[in-house]
Design a protein around this ligand. Structure first.
Ligand code: FES
Length: 138
């Protein structure tokens, strides 16, 4: 079952739906996509990934896997945007699953040369700091 959510993009850029996370990825062309906040390697937070210098891939903060922006966009859920409002269709989200709209800092939308610290990147599942490769990933 799907759910329809209305986002005010002036105050919301992230959707938490049960165990799923989605964030608003804004491309260089200024087009927005609500995409899964999930790295295909081991589920790291792609919203905290940084663009590579060529702007074509996101480098995951957990182990550095580079994921194509086009591939991430393809994880986008159906969304119709009108001005600052977006109507979003969340797939496989039953009515009893809690849905929360929030605003978070999204590093993936910064230009590659932006200087932002990674101090709020959550720790890896193995407990190692995010800047160091996880033992399980070596
Ligand atoms: S979870 Fe993203 S590189 Fe490992």
């Amino acid at each position: 079952m799907s759910r329809i959510v209305v986002m005010d993009l002036r105050v919301h850029n992230t959707v938490l739906a049960g165990h799923e996370r989605y964030f608003l990825l804004v491309g260089a062309d200024r087009r927005s996509h609500l995409v899964r906040d999930w790295c295909p390697h081991r589920g790291g937070p792609l919203s905290l990934a940084r663009l590579t210098p060529d702007g074509r891939r996101l480098s995951c903060p957990w182990h550095g896997t580079k994921v194509g922006v086009a591939a991430v966009r393809r994880t986008g859920v159906p969304m119709v945007r009108s001005g600052d409002e977006a109507i979003v269709l969340l797939p496989d989200t039953p009515e009893d699953v809690p849905v929360t709209l929030v605003h978070k800092r999204i590093l993936a939308n910064l230009p590659p040369e932006a200087d932002e610290p990674h101090d709020d990147v959550p720790a890896l599942p193995c407990g190692e700091p995010a800047a160091e490769p996880c033992e399980e990933a070596r």
